[in-house]
Design a protein around this ligand. Structure first.
Ligand code: AR6
Length: 180
């Protein structure tokens, strides 16, 4: 599924984020930048050890929740990996929506600074961190669509969803947020 946002593309695809050919791939990292399972495990496994070596060297203190940092992309078909740290879901009454929005927004800012035309993103926080997929889809898409509207960049944003159910949640949210 693809929609036009002020001349930019917003795409949804079902697949593995490590297989995307784009300028930047977003990782769903933890605040220690210590690696782990899910997207993080897949990215470090497919990208090779250079990514973790650079992460340790440049960001020994990790990365705050709601923020993101950049490394090169090792063996992946991308120039950059943007390591974003989403919130752990604790019922939604704390800062989770703001922190998730902030993580996506920081990804967009970094992609713009790096002059990325295309960025692939996962559904941050919806795996190990337990954020409900429908709510996460609304935050993810609204944040990135707003960014594209205001900045006319990145030219192509691709959300890579890992299951039919996750894809459906993003597709429903996208239909509601833009006129198709
Ligand atoms: N491609 C695209 N999406 C994927 C892939 C993949 N290869 N693998 C999983 N997903 P998660 P989080 C989906 O757990 O919730 C790690 O241990 C998955 O189905 O990767 O932000 C980190 O080190 C889910 O919908 O990230 C952190 O400690 C979504 O990606 C912690 O998990 C996010 O799931 C971060 O948890």
């Amino acid at each position: 599924m693809q929609v036009n946002v002020c001349g930019c593309e917003m795409q949804l695809v079902l697949g593995d984020i490590t297989q995307q050919t784009v300028d930047a791939i977003v990782n769903a990292a933890n605040s220690d930048l210590a690696g782990g399972g899910g997207v993080d495990g897949a990215i470090h496994s497919a990208g090779g050890p250079a990514i973790m070596e650079e992460t340790r060297e440049k960001f020994p203190d990790g990365c705050a929740t709601g923020s993101a940092v950049v490394t090169q992309a090792g063996l992946l078909s991308a120039k950059w990996v943007i390591h974003a740290v989403g919130p752990v879901w604790k019922g939604g009454q704390l800062e989770e929506p703001l922190q998730l929005m902030s993580a996506y927004r920081r990804c967009m800012q970094l992609a713009t600074e790096l002059e990325c035309e295309s960025v692939a993103l996962p559904a941050i926080s919806t795996g190990a961190y337990g954020y409900p997929i429908d709510l996460a889809a609304n935050v993810a898409l609204k944040t990135c669509i707003d960014y594209q509207k205001w900045h006319k960049a990145p030219q192509q944003i691709r959300f890579v969803l890992f299951s039919e159910g996750d894809y459906g949640a993003f597709a429903r949210s996208l239909e509601q947020q833009v006129e198709i």
